[in-house]
Write a protein that binds this ligand. Sequence first.
Ligand code: UDP
Length: 310
Amino acid sequence: MRAVVTGCAGFIGSHLCEFLVKKGYDVIGIDNLCTGAIENIASLPKENFTFIRKDITKGISIQGKIDEVYNLASPASPKAYQRLAIETMLANSIGTTNMLELALKKKACFLQASTSEVYGDPLVHPQKESYYGNVNPVGPRACYDESKRFAEALIMNYHWRYGLETRIARIFNTYGPRMSASDGRVIPNFIIQALRSEPLTVYGRGLQTRSFCYISDMVQGLYRLMHCSYAMPVNLGNPKEIKIIELAKLIKRLTGSKSKLTFVKMPEDDPEKRRPDITLARELLKWKPKVTLRKGLIETIAWFRALEEA
Ligand code: UDP
């Protein structure tokens, strides 16, 4: 099997490449490194992994057959996509079109990394795939939310018009080793602050919730989704919900840190609640997350500790 993975040098992309190579795939990884890091793919074997440094909005042609295209190229953390707002919108619109065209030409199956952010600040809880969301089209998260929503619509229309095999994964908060230490996401922020004995920056009162899925579970879910035959969106995430303040206390405990908590201003349009309803993924993919938050955090803390000590 031969697969293309865009966003291969990112957090989820690099773990997916590793997983596919272990399964015996030849993988072509594409990334422009605007948020990804070359170190994330440094250990992949040269015989089975080819890296192309390229922006997917610029178009891409690849020699030979391709069976699967995993489209993960986009800034994905609020800090990164707000800094690269227009680039994010172009990656998800023009970039996604280019990758759909590649899949069409190669008769490959196309999988999109969509996002729980298509639900915006949801008014329905937990979120099922049938919920249309509550999104602000002119807010600070719009560049990401709306371009991911556009991408979903585009993909469905390629599926309907051309019969292209397509999959849409709505990825909820995911964590693990190789997350960027500087992209402002809550788990790396809290772990690094705890390891450095700095105050943990809880936004607002920390009563907002998220549901965190460990990376190995996410990669398994993406792979299973690619290999089912369902074109409509599927939620992938861990349904166990936690308040951000509780997460801060848990990370403090697991790192043995003496850091204090500090409460800072809540960012605009920060969703109050987020939890996937994964009934569909359970039934369709026979998939559910296996790694508990505690176990996943222990692994993640060990990775960040080694990074801090290096
Ligand atoms: N958050 C926080 N402190 C931080 C970073 C984030 O309290 O240092 C909160 C943020 O307000 C949000 C949640 O943690 O409610 C998750 O934020 P993240 O940026 O990881 O991703 P999001 O789920 O918002 O896309």
